[in-house]
Design a protein around this ligand. Structure first.
Ligand code: 9PG
Length: 696
C-alpha cells in the first residue's frame, strides 16, 4: 500500500512500503530513500538535457524546474498500479518544455522515472543526452570495498564486476572490432561505463543499487560509475543528436532505481522481471538442442557437410537426441547478397531445409540482415542504403570476413524492406522456422541517417519489430551480436557472450600475445565469462545461448578446458548446440556431448557474481522422485593448476552430510561441514559436483 501523498511547502513526496521519493522542483532535485535503513539511497539527484551545439549546457530542466504545474495520477501498468507524479516545466529559452514523470508501483521495490521533451520553439534542436540521474549523493554506501557491475552493450560485450582499482577490459583493436560498447569507453582504473543497466555495490557491506532502464525503445541508456574517490553514478539516455523539430516530442524509456542486498539468491530479480514485463519477453517452453555448422566448417561449409552431419544426427538420435540442424555463415555469396549462393550451395538451401524437415528435425539458418560485406553487389547497386558518417563515407561495422563491413541505413524504407524480404524468404520460401539473426548491432550504429529525427535505438528497435513481423510469430529467432535491451520481447533466444573457438584465449594469425586480453574476440574464456555474468537473464528476457560446445580432440583446447566449457553450458540452463563434425567424433568425446542432454533448462545461481571479475561458483538445485540434488561447479580461471578447498557455505548449502559424485572423474565420496572438500583443479579446468543430502 502507498503511504499518503504529501506536499509540504516546497516538497512533493510519495512512498510505498519499500521506498520514499522526495521531489524538490524549486531547487530541481529528487531523492530516493529505501525504507530499510541500511540500503543505499540517492540524494539531491538532478536531471539535465544536453543539446548539440550548446556546449555542455544542462539548463533544462536545470537547477530549478520552473514548474508550470504538477499532478498526481494513478495508472494501470504491466508492473501493477502505478502512483505517478507528473510535473510540467515551462519553456526554456530554446523553446523546450519538459514533462517529468516519477512512479512507484504498489508491490515493487523500485522507483521509475522518465523525461519527455517537447519542442515548443521555432527551431529544430538536436538532443545529445538526457540525464536522468546526475550529481547525486549516494547514501548508505560508505563501505571500503566498492565494486561496479558492468553490462556490455551487445551479445559479445564483456560483462563483469570490477573493483575500484581495476581497469575495465576494453578492446585495443579500435574500429577493427565490431562495436561492443555504445559509449563511453573508459580505459583508466576506477571508471566504468555500462549499457542499459549496472550495479554499484560494496563487497563488504553486501548491499548495492541498480540503476538502468526498463527498455531501449527510445534511447540507448548508459550508466557511468566513478570509483576513484567517493563512488558516484550518472545515468543518461543517448539522444544521438537526433533532431527534435518544432512541435515534436521525445520521451525516454523508464529509468529505474532498485536498492538491493547482494547476498539474496536473486538480487536483480525485481528489475529483470520488470524488463521482461515491460517488453513482453518471449519464453518458449522447449529449449533448442542441436548442431551448428560454424565452429567446425566456418565459411567453407558446403551442402555435403550439412548432409553428412544430418545423417550422423539421425544415426545417433537415440543416444544423443538433437532437434535443430543449423546452417551458419557460408551459404551466401557475400553478407548482403542473400539471394546469391556460394559454390558450396549451388542448388540453394531450400532443398536442405526439406531434407532436414523430412527427418523430423528443425532446419535452422544464420542470417545477418543489417550488415553488408564491402564486396557485396548491394554496395554497388544500392549505395544509398548504406549508413554514412557526416562526411558521407560509409560507416564501418568492424573488420569482419577480411573486409571493413558496412551497415544498412534502416531508415531508408527500401533498405529495411530488403532486410525484411530476406528474412521472410528464409522462413516462407526456403523453409527455415529457426533463424539465428546475427550482427544486429549494425542496425544501431551511430551515423547520419536518411531520417535524422530518430535515435539509433529507435531505428534498431523499429527495424527489429519489422523483422519480427516479417519472420512471423511462429518463427524461433535467436538474436546474436545484438544490443540487449533492443531485442527483449522480439527474440526467443539470445547469444549473451562472445564466440567460442578452438582456443581458451583469443588467438589470431597464429598469435596469442597481442590478442589474449581482447574481451570480445572468439575464445572459450570470453564466451564463458558472460555465460556466468549474464546467467540471470536466462528464462527471463529470453533463453540464453552460451554458444556452442566443441568436444573434438582436434582443437587447441585441453580436455580440462572442454570439460569447463561443457560444464558452464550445461549449468547455464540455456541452448545446447554442438559444433563438431559428428561423423568423426571419438567415443570418449561423444560421451561428453551425450552428458549435455536432457537439457536442464533452469536458471542457475552464480554465487560470487559480484565478488570477482570472473565468477567461479555456480549452483543448480534439482528436485525429482529421488529427492533434492544439487549441481555445483567451481572454475579455475588461472593459467596454472590450483588446489581448491570448498565448503558448503561457499555454495550457501544447508548444513548436513552430502553424498557427492565428481561428474568428470566419477569419484564418489561424502561431504559435510566438518569434512571440507579439497582437490587439485587443472589450469582452466573445473569441478562439477553432483551432491545429494544423505537422509537421517
Ligand atoms: C559467422 C559468425 C558465427 C558466430 C557469431 C558471429 O570478425 N569478428 O569480429 C567477428 C565477430 C563475431 C563473429 C564473427 C566475426 O561471430 O557470433 O556464432 O555465426 O558470426 O560469421
Amino acid at each position: 500500500m502507498y503511504n499518503n501523498f504529501r506536499i509540504g511547502r516546497k516538497m512533493i513526496q510519495i512512498s510505498n512500503c519499500f521506498l520514499a521519493l522526495t521531489i524538490q522542483p524549486e531547487e530541481g532535485w529528487f531523492s530516493l530513500q529505501p525504507v530499510e535503513q541500511k540500503l543505499p539511497g540517492v540524494e539531491h539527484a538532478r536531471l539535465g538535457i544536453e543539446i548539440a551545439g550548446e556546449g555542455r549546457q544542462r539548463q533544462i530542466p536545470g537547477k530549478s524546474w520552473n514548474l508550470a504545474g504538477w499532478r498526481e495520477e494513478e495508472l494501470a501498468s504491466p508492473h501493477g498500479r502505478l502512483q505517478q507524479v507528473v510535473l510540467e516545466t515551462g519553456r526554456s529559452h530554446l523553446g523546450l518544455a519538459c514533462r517529468l514523470t516519477f512512479a512507484l508501483a504498489e508491490e515493487q521495490p523500485f522507483c521509475l522515472w522518465k523525461v519527455r521533451l517537447s519542442n515548443q520553439g521555432q527551431h529544430p534542436q538536436r538532443i545529445r543526452r538526457i540525464a536522468l540521474l546526475d550529481a547525486a549523493r549516494l547514501v548508505n554506501l560508505a563501505g571500503n570495498a566498492p565494486a561496479f557491475h558492468v553490462n556490455g552493450w551487445q551479445s559479445w560485450s564483456f560483462s563483469a564486476t570490477y573493483a575500484a582499482h581495476e581497469r575495465p577490459r576494453v578492446t585495443r583493436l579500435g574500429a577493427l572490432q565490431p562495436r561492443l560498447h555504445y559509449e563511453p569507453q573508459y580505459r583508466s582504473p576506477g571508471r566504468f561505463g555500462s549499457d542499459f543497466y549496472g550495479v554499484l555495490g560494496d563487497r563488504q557491506q553486501r548491499c548495492g543499487l541498480l540503476l538502468g532502464f526498463l527498455s531501449q525503445k527510445q534511447h540507448f541508456g548508459t550508466l557511468a560509475a566513478d570509483l576513484r574517490r567517493t563512488p558516484s553514478l550518472r545515468l543518461w539516455a543517448n539522444g544521438d543528436d537526433a533532431r527534435l523539430d518544432p512541435g515534436a516530442e521525445i520521451e525516454t524509456d523508464w529509468a529505474v532505481y532498485l536498492p538491493l542486498h547482494l547476498d539474496e539468491d536473486d538480487p536483480l530479480a525485481p528489475y529483470l522481471a520488470a524488463v521482461a514485463r515491460e517488453n513482453g519477453a518471449r519464453l518458449p517452453e522447449t529449449i533448442p538442442v542441436g548442431w551448428c555448422s560454424w565452429y567446425q566448417y566456418y565459411q567453407n561449409v558446403t551442402a555435403t557437410d550439412i548432409h553428412k552431419n544430418l545423417m550422423a544426427v539421425e544415426r545417433m538420435k537415440d543416444e544423443l537426441p538433437l532437434q535443430v540442424v543449423q546452417l551458419d555463415d557460408g551459404f551466401q555469396r557475400q553478407a548482403g547478397d542473400w539471394f546469391d549462393f556460394s559454390p558450396g550451395f549451388s542448388e540453394g538451401i531450400a532443398g536442405l531445409a526439406a531434407e532436414i524437415r523430412q527427418r523430423g528435425l528443425t532446419p535452422g539458418l544464420w542470417l545477418a540482415p543489417f550488415i553488408v560485406h564491402p564486396k557485396a553487389r548491394l554496395v554497388r547497386e544500392h549505395p544509398d542504403w548504406l549508413l554514412r558518417n557526416r562526411l558521407g563515407l560509409p560507416v564501418t561495422a568492424g573488420y569482419i570476413w577480411d573486409g571493413f563491413t558496412r551497415a544498412l541505413d534502416l531508415t531508408h524504407p527500401d533498405a529495411l524492406a530488403y532486410a525484411c524480404r530476406v528474412v521472410k524468404t528464409a522462413v516462407k520460401e526456403w523453409g527455415y522456422p529457426y533463424l539465428k539473426l546475427d550482427f544486429l548491432y549494425a542496425g544501431g550504429l551511430p551515423g547520419k541517417r536518411r531520417d535524422p529525427t530518430l535515435t539509433s535505438a529507435q531505428v534498431l528497435r523499429r527495424a527489429m519489430e519489422a523483422i519480427r513481423q516479417a519472420a512471423g510469430e511462429e518463427t524461433f529467432i535467436l538474436g546474436c551480436g545484438a544490443p540487449l535491451g533492443s531485442v527483449v520481447g522480439l527474440v526467443e533466444a539470445m547469444r549473451i557472450g562472445a564466440d567460442v573457438s578452438g582456443n581458451w584465449k583469443p588467438r589470431q594469425y597464429g598469435l596469442e600475445r597481442p590478442f589474449e586480453n581482447e574481451p570480445g574476440m572468439p575464445a572459450v574464456r570470453n564466451a564463458l565469462q558472460n555465460a556466468l555474468t549474464r546467467a540471470n537473464l536466462h528464462g527471463r528476457w529470453w533463453l540464453n545461448d552460451p554458444d556452442c560446445l566443441l568436444v573434438r580432440p582436434e582443437t587447441r583446447l585441453t580436455l580440462a578446458e572442454v570439460q569447463t566449457l561443457a560444464t558452464v553450458i550445461r549449468l547455464s540452463g540455456g541452448l545446447v548446440m554442438l559444433s563438431d563434425d559428428l561423423e568423426r567424433l571419438p567415443d570418449d568425446r561423444l560421451r561428453i556431448a551425450k552428458m549435455m542432454v536432457p537439457v536442464i533448462g533452469q536458471r542457475p545461481r552464480v554465487l560470487d557474481w559480484f565478488d570477482s571479475r570472473s565468477p567461479q561458483r555456480m549452483r543448480v538445485d534439482l528436485e525429482d522422485n529421488h529427492g533434492k540434488r544439487y549441481l555445483l561447479a567451481w572454475i579455475n580461471w588461472e593459467d596454472q593448476p590450483c588446489q581448491v578447498f570448498i565448503q558448503l557455505r561457499d555454495f550457501r548449502l544447508p548444513d548436513g552430510t552430502y553424498r557427492l559424485r565428481e561428474v568428470w572423474s566419477g569419484v564418489e565420496s561424502e561431504w559435510s561441514a566438518d569434512a571440507p572438500f579439497n582437490r587439485r583443479v587443472a589450469a582452466h579446468g573445473c569441478l562439477l559436483l553432483e551432491i545429494q543430502p544423505r537422509e537421517g
